[in-house]
Design a protein around this ligand. Structure first.
Ligand code: IMP
Length: 408
């Protein structure tokens, strides 16, 4: 295997190794020039990616950010797509003078305003602290087999029947007028996106077979994955590498490399266990230094030390081949930095997280802080990550701009 981070015509999955917000948007943007296709496979507008384009921050929630670089963007079948929000983002980039080459899966599931309303209602009771983007109810409908797929936007009878079922099964208080409004709105959006709607699994495989390369852009992170995350405090989709296969129809043999993105420390938005969390003054300072506020909801993120128990596991289950380490500038100048190495849960030591990590006690190692990006102490921090994850750290990121990035 060559050691170059990403060679041309290799397909690369980019996966968050923590709780999301690792800086995937910036790294995907940094690598986008090397690929023909940038494809998303899971989630929806719960994600938030900020990229700096011509010196200006541009926020994406649904579209793969690579479309601003003229790349083919694909929204895969595994996604939960709010068509109104897709149109907003298309219009945003058109206003920048860019016409996106975008394809939307006919089999992706549609988030309606009713799904969004139900998300808010349910979360009051459940207390996950969701982004209120309708993600949970949309995937619930999918697995309940009453979900609305993009293809249904062109079939008024099916659309009406499915919305009615959704209303009945969830005891929603929606009258006939409201239902008709929603049907009209969805059909209208359907018309506006129609030219982009295709069977993306066929398109992407044919493109790759003819020599085009693809970057599979993950959303959220490994510990928000519905199977491997800190259940039930997770999102409702597969955010790990398996999501590429089911969420795009790409066979495993076409995923050549897996780039894991890890922040130099850890953050989390919303409720759920966070063993290395820092509270009080130390936490407040790190949050302020790292400007840790949610890109979708603006909520302050919880912050804490790097957790090697989580990274080891994320690397294992995603088959990570290389790692991009982000936000190194935020820790720069600290005297010493702690790193979680193992958990003690009910008198048992764990190197990988067990099913329930709430209440686990963390063991820490201490690392000397670094004063610059080429400081030997940073090299020690990085080498430890490589040893523990068995993956090569191939990118260091120390600022939001593309220039604040080095490839090793
Ligand atoms: P949902 O995906 O909106 O259902 O939210 C479920 C959990 O995932 C909540 O704790 C959210 O804060 C979290 N979450 C969802 N998307 C993201 C993201 O893109 N970054 C960070 N956390 C997220």
């Amino acid at each position: 295997m060559d050691t170059c981070v990403v060679s041309v015509s290799m397909n690369l999955a980019v996966i968050g190794l923590q709780f999301g917000d690792e800086g995937k948007g910036k790294i995907v943007d940094f690598l986008a020039e090397r690929f023909d296709i940038i494809a998303r496979f899971s989630g929806g507008s719960n994600a938030g990616h900020t990229v700096i384009h011509d010196g200006v921050p541009v926020k994406f929630h649904l579209l793969p950010s690579g479309v601003i670089r003229g790349k083919v963007g694909i929204l895969g079948n595994g996604m939960a797509i709010d068509p109104g929000k897709v149109l907003d983002e298309i219009n945003m980039i058109k206003s920048m003078g860019i016409h996106p080459k975008l394809y939307i899966s006919s089999k992706a599931h549609v988030v309606t305003s009713l799904h969004r309303a139900l998300d808010s209602r349910d979360d009051e009771l459940v207390g996950i602290g969701t982004t209120k983007q309708g993600i949970g109810p949309t995937y619930t409908s999918k697995y309940r087999r009453i979900g609305i797929r993009v293809a249904d936007l062109y079939n008024p009878q099916t659309l009406e029947k499915k919305l009615q079922l959704f209303i009945e099964l969830n005891s929603l208080n929606i009258d006939k007028n409201e239902l008709n409004e929603e049907l009209k709105r969805l059909s209208h959006y359907g018309t506006l996106i129609k030219d982009s709607v295709v069977d993306t699994e066929v398109l992407i495989n044919n493109m790759m077979d003819s020599g085009k390369s693809a970057l599979f852009e993950g959303s959220q992170g490994t510990f928000l994955d519905v199977d491997f995350g800190t259940y039930p405090f997770v999102t409702s989709s597969s955010t790990t590498v398996g999501g590429v296969v089911t969420g795009l129809g790409v066979p495993p043999s076409k995923i050549h490399r897996v780039l894991g993105i890890a922040k130099a420390y850890t953050t989390r938005v919303g409720a759920g266990p966070f063993p290395t969390e820092l509270s009080g003054k130390e936490g407040d300072e790190l949050r302020a230094r790292g400007r840790e506020y949610g890109a979708t909801t603006g909520r302050p993120r919880r912050v804490g030390y790097l957790d090697m128990v989580l990274l080891r596991y994320a690397s294992l289950i995603n088959g990570v081949t290389e790692i991009a380490l982000t936000k190194l500038d935020i820790l720069q100048g600290m005297d010493e930095i702690q790193v979680g190495t193992a958990y003690d849960c009910n008198a048992t030591r764990y190197l990988y997280p067990p099913a329930n990590i709430d209440g686990c006690k963390v063991n820490y190692d201490l690392y000397a802080g670094w004063a610059s990006i080429d400081d030997k102490n940073l090299n020690d921090y990085v080498k430890n990550i490589e040893r523990e994850t068995k993956a090569r750290v191939s990118i260091l990121s120390y600022g939001p701009e593309p220039e604040s990035t080095v490839e090793l």
